[in-house]
Design a protein around this ligand. Sequence first.
Ligand SMILES: C[S@@+](CC[C@H](N)C(=O)[O-])C[C@H]1O[C@@H](n2cnc3c(N)ncnc32)[C@H](O)[C@@H]1O
Length: 211
Amino acid sequence: MVKYDFPKYEIELELDDEVYFPAEDTFFLIDEIKISNNIEKIVEIGGGSGIISIVLAKRNPHIQFLISDISFSATKAIKYNLQLNSIQNQVDIVCMDKLEAVHYLDSEIIIWNPPYLPDNEESGNLSSINRLMLVGGKKGYEETYEMLDSLRKNKVNASFYTIFSSLSWHEDNIQELKKDGIELEIMSELSLFFEKLYLVKINFCEKNDIL
Ligand SMILES: C[S@@+](CC[C@H](N)C(=O)[O-])C[C@H]1O[C@@H](n2cnc3c(N)ncnc32)[C@H](O)[C@@H]1O
């Protein structure tokens, strides 16, 4: 593990090759997400290094966090980085697929910077750990849609923030989701050299239920 300094966010993290190195998508999410004062609980799926929740937790010491990641290496890194930033009491970590092991969800906000690249010839050369970080299914957004569907079916009362990439997703897809009862709002866009990132918010405003 190597220690890295992120001065803009006033944190240090220890990272290795098995954990997603914070990138434009990570910083885009941190910079654009708006957390109001009345929020008490946030769940982050796919925490990676833990950076998103760590920055938000340090800025909002009254908020409790739960971070999931399907990768055991990521959950180990998150545990270490919480200690490094002295916020281990504010954040719980679970190694699980999305929120599979959660049966009652009472957080107001769910965040996921998901793997969003399509499975194609290029991704065929990735190691299994890199696939988990980057590839979201044949089209690229299946993993995210699966989560959306689960939140909708289970009438979760939360706002879900996630990222789509123009490499796999198009704004026209909003209409498709609408037909399935999912209203999605594009909060912000970031144009990069080879893709455009969309930060989107979906409000699920019904009663809590079992996931
Ligand atoms: C693009 S990385 C984002 C990491 C970190 N949140 C960031 O923004 O720097 C995606 C993360 O999602 C995790 N992941 C992929 N599929 C998952 C799943 N089904 N359930 C939970 N985590 C998953 C990966 O292990 C990886 O850490």
